[in-house]
Write a protein that binds this ligand. Sequence first.
Ligand code: C2E
Ligand code: CA
Ligand code: CA
Length: 591
Amino acid sequence: MRQKQSRTAEFSAALRSTGTPKQQLERLNRWLEVALNNMVRGLSMFDAQQRLILCNDLYRKIYNLPERLTRPGTPLAEIVRYHAKHESAGGSPKDIEKQRKWIAQHVAALQRGKSFTHTQHLQGGRTILVTNQPLSDGSWVDLQEDITERCLAEQKISWLAHHDTLTELPNRFHFHERLEAALGSLAQDDGLAIHWFDLDRFKAVNDDLGHLFGDALLRSIGARLRRVVREPDFVGRLGGDEFAIIQTHVTQRRQAIHFAERILRILNKPHQVMGHKIDVGASLGIAMALDRGANAEDLLNMADVALYEAKSRARGRYAFFETDRGYEQRTRRRLESDLKAALAQEQLELHYQPIIDADTGNVTSCEALLRWKHPQLGAIAPGDFIPLAEETGLILAIGDWALRQACRDAASWPDSIGVTVNVSAMQFIGSNFYDGVSTALRLSSLAPQRLELEITESVLLRDDAQTLATLHKLRERGVRIALDDFGTAFASLSYLRSFPFDTIKIDRSFARELPRRVDCAAIIQSVSSLARSLNMRSVIEGVETSEQLAMLKDKGCDQLQGYYFSKPVLAREVEELLVRVHGANDGRGMP
Ligand code: C2E
Ligand code: CA
Ligand code: CA
């Protein structure tokens, strides 16, 4: 400070050493002008009324201001307006209003003694660093520094740090950074997939044709990838002939598979490199993440393992990271919480599939089959969510709902048509199942004789007296009991003796194998005759073709079910279905 004061004093002394006060003032002005115009920064000063006090040449040049706007006393607003008009190619009333607000805020802050630094991007591509420094009397100084070159250099350095110069794709570091960010910001019902791939014959190409050729090939691959992978998806070169893509917004495997197939198709097209047509091919590993905060490193490792797997199977293929228990657990957890909501939100539905009398060809009943219309995942098959519902106990509420809904639907059908409802073993645990069935019957006013419950051997597997008692009680009430999926377990025959079933449903695998295996026909025939001798009806499910139907003739099955007659249909389509089947049949019996 002392030094500064003394320097100012030296300056004053030098100024006053010769000449009249007027000459001294002229000298001062000259010195000031020389100093200002030799600065490497633009400089301007404004007074407390926001009028220009002075500015240097560089200031004028940076903003390309006309002479008249650089005269002392020019209002800041005028300079800004001119600037806005020329910089934002318009100066619309909205722009001007925005500028006005900006100045007001800026000046208010300066007058509170706050200093600023901000960057301005001018139209010609220049970048200016502006510093506003307030002075004690409400005036302030603006300094403008042209940092265009510095920014470009910085950008260049940053680009080089984030990209692979050969293919111009993001490099491993950048890819990692991006993956971490994507995982960290995954929305609740969102997911992503990593596709990691490498070229199948790259080493051979490199060895046979040389590195220059290899580089050109990699550039060609890079160019293809840049063309097909679009934001917000992200592609990078991880090194050598390894590349990876972040596919965003993926929640289902088939979306990832679809994408992988597309990428492989594109990479597998021959490349035109330095006058050669070359076919390298690629293999690809996929890993998926469905949870926010999943670990990027883990995910990349999974994709790497999957890639290895893909390569070991066959070239030019993809593979999923299969042993990803974490993934399965997460999917499960998510489905579990969704399933809880599904009932309340009426996403569950019953579809009905007719069961046909083998002699008359008429519909005797319809089997109720659950469907889940998941809002994001689409239709989920019962095979995918019933086991989950069983493990979590949700099957109790779902089973109850299905019973009531099926009884209610069936009550609107003709009296001759029954309804069959599948029941899980778990529903028998506890003592409420009988009451549940009673309530469903009472609420729907459905005759108990029209209801049949399908159980599997697993219900009897527990061998407890209570389950058997419940089944007997239901039968006494008039409800029928069917043994479903017969023939899929070893002990099937012994279970036939443990309870007087009304119906045996022979598992659909028998119908499927029928045309190829003679023993299937024999088994179907003997189960049917066994059923008859035990006073039970037999149903064969899964009849899909007329060939199967022809082979089932004379095998003694009482009833038939399968796509040949009808796929499961919506509840509201049942009536139409009955008309269709009966109309086609028209009392003529089975074809
Ligand atoms: P399931 O009881 O053996 O039901 C028959 C399954 O075979 C149904 O599959 C049906 O759509 C299918 N199907 C019918 N005809 C044909 C055919 O000609 N060919 C072939 N390939 N398949 C045919 P879905 O609807 O996927 O049901 C699968 C299983 O889910 C059912 O097997 C049943 O065990 C269970 N399930 C369905 N609804 C319920 C329910 O309300 N409660 C319980 N506990 N389980 C249910
Ligand atoms: Ca069934
Ligand atoms: Ca079955």
